[in-house]
Design a protein around this ligand. Structure first.
Ligand code: NAD
Length: 352
């Protein structure tokens, strides 16, 4: 098990291991870069097979948050935390109180929010022990998925404009993979905009529900990647753009909420070579964190959502940059983000 030599370490400022014998907490908090401001990122609870898997995940996720906040122009650095445990079995008030104390011990260099396996209520329990917790109902924000879906919708608009030269989504066929918190909300927005929907979820009842609500066509889980559509929108799992999937993909655009959609970095180049426009996942799915940046007593949903809609313009700028430099959009996004944070880390380092 390695930290410093882990491929995802990439000059993290701090990695903190926290444990609490009474509640059984085993957590890792990673702060990648705070040159833009204190780090912000969700806490994930997952039954990792071993500590090495948890370390790799938290390092990868926290680094990703630096890039995400930089591209959304938010005054945050990148951080993330993981709790090793099964969210179906191992949750308790004591566990999340202990996690809140662990976050508090970092003195504000990391602010925690929700992520996979962690609910708004869990973060609220952490918030009883620290003021460095956000995305709670008291902060005005709560569930991040409507904001994420709204951002993905505007990202799809940008991609359609760039790749298909169309300013509206009327009658554009879109395949949505995964009809969970984000996917279902996204279907509503797409349907209202006149898109023709093809939907798929592991939960067949969920697919039928979406089909009824949005006049969509249901597609078998294994076939959604090959749907005859203009836009493929992954809103389930990461790694869906892999060699096997690329052989079957028909869409001209990939634009969805799932994290880490490209199985490997080189798939960005493969997509470019095939003329498929890829909306980099961490740009298009930043709606939740943009919303959180407005959290507080003066939270104004309309203002926050106007800010989220600007994902459209950020993506257009990335698409144009990629065209100009002849690079995949995934690389163009990374380079733009890297221009916006200091790889040497904290504001103190920046001043030195
Ligand atoms: P969710 O768990 O609510 O929904 C995921 C859905 O995908 C479930 O309904 C599940 O049954 C379905 N699914 C899983 N595997 C599938 C498959 N192979 N084919 C079809 N359906 C499948 O998750 P969510 O909150 O909607 O998030 C969706 C994705 O977006 C995740 O990758 C998440 O990391 C990412 N994301 C979410 C947010 C947010 O605000 N919730 C923010 C940024 C990124």
């Amino acid at each position: 098990m390695t930290v410093f030599t882990n491929r995802a370490f990439d000059a993290h400022e701090q990695v903190v291991f926290a444990q609490d014998p009474i509640s059984g907490l085993h957590a890792i908090m990673a702060i990648h870069n705070t040159s833009r401001g204190p780090s912000l990122g969700g806490c994930r609870m997952w039954p990792y097979p071993d500590e090495a898997a948890a370390i790799t995940d938290v390092l990868r996720l926290s680094r990703g948050m630096t890039y995400k906040s930089a591209l959304a122009n938010l005054p945050f650095g990148g951080g993330k935390s993981v709790i090793i445990g099964d969210p179906k079995r191992d949750k308790s008030t004591a566990l999340f109180e202990a996690m809140g104390r662990a976050v508090d011990s970092l003195g504000g260099s990391y602010t925690v929010a929700e992520d996979v396996g962690i609910s708004v209520e869990d973060v609220e329990t952490m918030a009883t022990q620290t003021r460095h917790a956000t995305g709670t109902r008291a902060s005005g924000v709560g569930d991040p998925s409507p904001g994420t879906a709204f951002g993905v919708f505007h990202g799809i608009r940008a991609a359609v404009r760039h790749r298909l030269g169309r300013d509206d989504l009327s009658d554009i066929p879109v395949a949505v993979q995964g009809l969970g918190h984000v996917g279902y909300n996204l279907c509503r927005l797409l349907s209202n905009a006149g898109a023709r929907l093809y939907v798929s979820d592991l939960d067949a009842e969920r697919s039928r529900e979406a089909a009824r609500a949005f006049d969509a066509r249901t597609v078998a889980v294994e076939d959604i990647i090959a749907a005859q559509v203009e836009v493929f929108s992954p809103c389930a799992l990461g790694g869906v753009i892999n060699d096997a999937a690329l052989q079957r993909l028909q869409a001209k655009i990939i634009a969805g909420a799932a994290n880490n959609q490209l199985a490997e970095d080189r798939h960005g180049q493969v997509l470019k070579d095939r003329g498929i426009l890829y909306a980099p996942d961490y740009v298009i799915n930043a709606g939740g964190i943009i919303n959180i940046s407005h959290a507080g007593p003066a939270y104004n949903e309309a203002k926050a959502f106007q800010h989220i809609a600007r994902i459209h313009d950020t993506l257009l700028a990335i698409f144009q940059r990629a065209d100009k430099s002849g690079t995949p959009t995934s690389e163009a996004a990374n380079r733009l983000a890297e221009e916006r944070f200091n790889p040497r880390g904290t504001k103190a380092a920046e001043a030195a």
